[in-house]
Design a protein around this ligand. Structure first.
Ligand SMILES: *Cc1c(COP(=O)(O)O)cnc(C)c1O
Length: 229
């Protein structure tokens, strides 16, 4: 077995164990293998080991991989999307996890209409309320959501967050809890379903699963350390 295949099996086992400890169904949690800054060959190894869902943070890099790799793979965009790259991005990704402003949401809706697409998205919430990070604050997502729900080409599936880095995985738990509680509140207030919570990375995904993550985005634990871009 390749090193990547072995690490993938380990992560999948950890995902399953965390789901079980939380009393959640294994199918309730999906692993997004974050392949940014890793080669087409590395992704091909993970795909050969059975991984189907991959995460990329840059459109250009993803385009090269999507065209070089088998069609059955699914790709999620997990990085900031500039409005001038939306047209190129939409055909590549099954989901845009990183919708971080109303302007971007509107641009996606408009171009999706032109391209005849319906686009599943997550709204990125800056759970740490850190102004240096992309994303809605809890306040602004609450304010903006009614407007975004009227965009016909956008299918808002849930929320995504990247917490401030903490050495200890437990340090991220409050941010994960807040995202889940925000999701629950928005569902109530708007009378909608927001089934997806994308949270948890290599060092803290078991904690995220305990707090309700449905998508965990794991790079380093599968592919090893990234080369600096
Ligand atoms: C790079 C990245 C990840 C994966 O991080 P690891 O620590 O390598 O698991 C997850 N989410 C986002 C948004 C990323 O940019």
């Amino acid at each position: 077995m390749s090193a990547i295949a072995e690490r993938l099996q380990t992560v999948l086992a950890q995902v399953a164990a965390a789901a079980e400890r939380a009393g959640r169904a294994l199918e309730a949690v999906r692993l997004v293998a974050v392949s940014k800054n890793h080669s087409v060959e590395a992704v091909a190894e993970a795909a050969a080991a059975g991984q189907v869902l991959f995460g990329e943070n840059r459109v250009q890099e993803a385009a090269g991989k999507v065209s070089a790799l088998p069609d059955h793979l699914d790709w999620h965009l997990i990085g900031h999307l500039q409005t001038n790259k939306v047209r190129k991005a939409l055909p590549l990704f099954r989901m845009i996890e990183s919708v971080d402003s109303a302007e971007l949401a509107q641009a996606i809706d408009r171009i999706a209409e032109e391209l005849g697409l319906i686009v599943p998205v997550l709204l990125q919430v800056n759970a740490a309320d850190d102004p240096a990070k992309h994303g809605f604050t809890a306040e602004s997502v609450r304010e903006t959501l009614p407007r975004l729900l009227r965009l016909p080409r956008l299918q808002i599936r849930g929320l995504m967050t990247i917490p401030a880095f903490t050495e200890d995985a437990e340090g991220a738990r409050p941010a994960f809890t807040r995202l889940r509680e925000l999701r629950d509140a928005l569902e109530q207030e708007q009378g909608i379903r927001l089934p997806e919570l994308s949270m948890g990375m290599s060092h803290d995904f078991p904690v995220a699963i305990a707090e309700g993550a449905t998508l965990v985005r794991v790079g380093t634990a599968i592919f090893g350390e990234r080369e600096k871009a």
